[in-house]
Design a protein around this ligand. Sequence first.
Ligand SMILES: C[S@@+](CC[C@H](N)C(=O)[O-])C[C@H]1O[C@@H](n2cnc3c(N)ncnc32)[C@H](O)[C@@H]1O
Length: 301
Amino acid sequence: MSSAAPDSTPRTVRELLARGREFLERKGIESARLEVELLVAHALGTDRLHVFLDLDRPVDAEEVRRARECIVRRGKREPSAYITGEREFYVRSFEVGPGVLIPRPDTELLVDVARERCSDAATPPNVLDLGTGSGCLAITLGLEIDGARVTATDLSAKALEFARRNAERLGAEVEFLEGNGLDPVRGRRFDLIVSNPPYIDPAVRDELAVDVRDFEPQEALFAPAGDADHWAHGLALAAAGEGRENGVLTPGGTLLVELGFDQAERLGPWLDTRGIAHRFHDDLGGTPRVLAIEAPARTSS
Ligand SMILES: C[S@@+](CC[C@H](N)C(=O)[O-])C[C@H]1O[C@@H](n2cnc3c(N)ncnc32)[C@H](O)[C@@H]1O
């Protein structure tokens, strides 16, 4: 593993797991047990369940070398999803790697809210995912909402490479467009717009875990202009433009934006002052994490 790793070579899967766990714990990795199980499973070309079914199986020198390489990388704080090349989101596996944000379980709330909002739609929705990254939202919504037509944008060409591959692997039809903000869809309207935009204040950069700060793409993490609310403000104003001819939502359409844990307390008063009707959806811990803004339905006048 390294000079700090134990000398004797593990002989079985069980020993490999034990040594790896010990090593990661020494390196201060949280959830070392789970992480080592994922990494060993990856190195052995199997999954966690089969690792447990085969604990006493002898491991050969090549398997030990592969597992050690993965565990040492994790010891240097590289995210395990970049080492294994995948991360699960809404029960599907997404390919990830350097240059694309690793999908977070928090973002599954946005999918739940979107599905609920579309559940009684009369016609299949026209959906936009702004800042798609790995494509986790766009692809999941395309597969979970019957008949949805999905467009996804990102500024990062690298992220879009991952997103396109994920769509192909998972059998989702998504239109991917490269560009800044709403530029690639200028003049178009959507029944549902979802976005998990960069919302971390660059001022707290040094407080972030090294795994995130030093490995994940900066443009996916940090809000522009040092303003954590930059995207929530911009998208809310664009959504509220509906009814005045330049809106981005169709009448009755919905904007859903993922928020950082402390954004709702600032956004609520900001939206109220501007007369923008909104709702916040809470995560399981009771923290408002999704902002929802609905465009007025079409009136007959
Ligand atoms: C927080 S990540 C979200 C990725 C993915 N939707 C998810 O939930 O895992 C934000 C994404 O927005 C993209 N992005 C950042 N600035 C952008 C901009 N000005 N226009 C379009 N996309 C942008 C980043 O490249 C990144 O992929």
